[in-house]
Design a protein around this ligand. Sequence first.
Ligand code: GDP
Length: 437
Amino acid sequence: MFESLQEKLSRAFKTLSGKGRITESNIKEAVKQIKLSLLEADVNYKVVKEFIKSVQEKALGEEVLKSFTPDQQFIKIVRDELIKVLGEKKVGLNLSGSPAKIMLVGLQGSGKTTTSAKLALMLKKEGKHPLLVAADVYRPAAVDQLIQLGKQIEVPVYTGDRKDPLKIVQEALDEAVKNVHDVIIFDTAGRLHVDEKMMEEVRRIAEIVKPDEILMVIDAMTGQDAVNSAKKFNDELELTGFVVTKIDGDARGGVILSVRHVTGKPVKFVGISEKMDGLEYFYPDRIAGRILGMGDVLSLIDKLQASVDQEKAKKLEEKFAKNKFDLEDFLEQLREIKKLGSIGEILEMIPGAPKNVDFSAGEKSLKQTEAIISSMTREERRNPKIINYSRKQRIARGSGTSVTEVNKVLRSYDQMKQMMKKLNKAPKFMKKFKGFP
Ligand code: GDP
């Protein structure tokens, strides 16, 4: 998603590069381009109109900041406005009820049943004990589908008589109390279109359940239709937010940019794959970054923070300082890097990094290096000097490589040690820049 919007916006920004300052006439073309790109991305026209007005006002009213060029300044304004339209901050779930009750509503095929299970798994990982309730008795197979998913994620599913949704939800409430579930997720019936009978049913379920959250699930691929049905549901029910599914597909992105503005309710989650772990909290700033092609730097930082073990980093730093960094440490570092994902995946998140490049050679060489070091004995890793020719032959055999490859790894390790030595001799202020953990 967003590829085409991203491309068009960057073209709009280019019209400003090289300009001395922002004036009404030189942003005119960029503004026009942005307007067209948003409309083409299927963003609701009212949202586009207000967005453009606001960008224009800010751009012309903004003091000229010396540290920014006009195009950078303009991108920043557009980015801030995007974040505003998307809802500024991540909005979490209200789980204050005991048990907390979450009702999922929406049209057939939007991804309600799948999302119910994904949400149950997410909450389970957060330490909750969820119960899933199959109250969609009309769509053939919806109940069986939920049972299946429940089994997969090991969360119980209440099905009752599979006929009367009002009875099922009432019984499920008792069941949850009896079995000490702290969250109940209700998968309710959808229809192909919004109709009065369906609305009546979800309204009555809501009266019985008194949910803490009523989340409407909408399919990003259905564009403005999704936004229109969101508006209808929101007029009839006390929605607390939205889950926008299938943003992994080639939807143009308009739904995400429109739904909050049109209904006043936040997007709380996005569905990013068919798999059970394919649900994420919605972070407006990250989505804005993605739309503008700045990459998902924040996600990368999160990932780095999660994977870098502070304790280990400190130990490593001490080893660097004492020049005691051996091949064992080298191997550990390689594994840390691998935890972040493939080289391609990491670069995907960095702005301006080359895209669609084949990194398989690099990946292969990382794997090979790992295999070579793994084939050494502990003794050899700690004291690589003892690795003579016959040892090299054994290592090459063990790792399915050649003596030349083994030599290459040993050489790069040596170079690294040399560099370390120089850095450790350097004046203190320079060490700050050595760029190691
Ligand atoms: P329901 O009728 O609203 O209960 O819809 P389902 O939960 O059965 O989902 C309809 C289809 O959409 C299924 O094939 C799901 O696997 C698929 N689906 C749901 N969410 C996502 C998503 O975030 N990404 C992708 N690619 N597919 C999804």
